[in-house]
Design a protein around this ligand. Sequence first.
Ligand SMILES: Cc1ncc(COP(=O)(O)O)c(C=O)c1O
Length: 422
Amino acid sequence: MVNKDLIPKYWYNIIPDLPKPLPPPRDPPDAEFSRIELLKKILPREVLRQQFTIERFIKIPEEVRDRYAIIGRPTPLMRAKRLEEYLDTPAKIYFKFEGATPTGSHKINTAIPQAYFAAEEGISHVVTETGAGQWGTAVALAASMYDLSSTIFMVRVSYEQKPMRKTIMELYGGKVYASPTDLTEFGRKILKENPNHPGSLGIAMSEAIEFALNHNFRYLVGSVLDVVLLHQSVIGMEAIAQLDELGEEPDILIGCVGGGSNFGGFTYPFIGAKKGKKYIAVGAAEIPKFSTGKYEYDYPDTAGLLPLVKMITLGKDYVPPPIYAGGLRYHGVAPTLSLLIKEKIVEWREYKEEEIYEAAKIFMKTQGIVPAPESAHAIKAVIDEALKAKTEKERRVIVFNLSGHGLLDLGNYESIRRRVEK
Ligand SMILES: Cc1ncc(COP(=O)(O)O)c(C=O)c1O
C-alpha cells in the first residue's frame, strides 16, 4: 500500500527564486487579437491562475493527492548498483523511476490536476496534442478518472509508427486523430500545402487549441508552460525526501529535455533548496536546440494561438527529421529552464541517436528496465559523468530522472538498431 503521507502536500514554483525576473508571456505587437486574453478560453481557469502565480508553494488539493496515490506516487527512488559496477565507477547512481506510473511516464503528474480543475469548472471535454503518445495517454487516463471526454491530436509520423499508443488512448476512452487533420482550419491549410506532411508537435498543438476553441472545450497543456513544471515538482520534492531518508547529498542531477517538464519538475526543488552542485539538461543532437537554438520570444505552437514566450527555440515552424526515433522533438525549451541555462545555472548536453541507443542497452543489461528513448538521453549523460568521476577518483552522488519506460517504444529501438547496426 502506498502511504499517502509520503506524497508532497505542495507543488514548488521556482519563479520567485530565479536569479533574474522571468520575461513574461506577451502579445505580438499590432496583433489583431490578444493571445493573453484568449488563454481564458483555452485553459481551465485554475490552470491559468496557477500559470501566472508567483507564490513559491501551492497546496495540492487532497483530491489530487488521492489520485497521485492511485497511480503509485511516490514513485521509487532506486539505486543503479549494477550500472555502477559495470562502469567500475566510485560514483553512486540513483534514479527516480517515473516509468512506474500506469501510463509509463511522468506526464500523468500534470494531466491529473489539469483534468481535475477542468472537471471542477464543469467542463465536459478536454483536448490536447501528443507526439510520442506519452502525453496523450496521460490525458486520456486523467480525463477518464474525472468522467471527461478527451480528443487527442497525434503527430502523424508517430500515429503511424506507434499504433499501440493509439490503442491505449482509445482503451482509456480517448478519441485520437493523426495531425495534420482536416478537422481544423490550420490543419486544412497545412494539408493543402503538403498532403503528406508528417506533422509536428507545434502543428498538433495548434490544432488541439483551435478544436477546443471551436467547441468550447478546454485544452490541457503537456509541457513548456510554468504551470506544468509546477505540477511536475512532485518528482523533485519526493526525491529530496527519499535521498534525505538515505542520508545522501546529491552532487549531480540529470534529466532529459523535450519541452523541459520532467527536467524542471525533477531539478527545480533541488535548485530552490540549494541542493546539488551541477544540473545537466540533455537534449537530442538531431533536434539541436541547445547548440543552435536562439533565446528569443517565440510561439509555443505553430499557428501562433498562444502568447509569445521567451525561450531557447529552433522556431515555431521547425519540423524534426522524419527518420529520427529518439524523441525530444519539440522546438523550444521552457522559459524558466531557458533562463537557467542562459544564466549558466544549468548545463546542457546533446547526444546522437546511436549514443543513446548504446546507453539504453547498457541500462537494460545492468538494471533490466527498458528506458524510454527520451530518458536514454539522460542515461547517456549519467554514464559519461560516472566515468568522469572514475577518472577524477571522486565518489560523487549522481541522481537522474528516468522519465519513462520504453515498452511501447520498441519500434523506435528497432528503427535505430536497423540504422546503427546495419
Ligand atoms: C518519457 C518522456 N520523457 C521526456 C519527455 C520530454 O518532455 P518534457 O521535457 O516535457 O519532460 C517525453 C515527452 O513526450 C516523454 O514521453
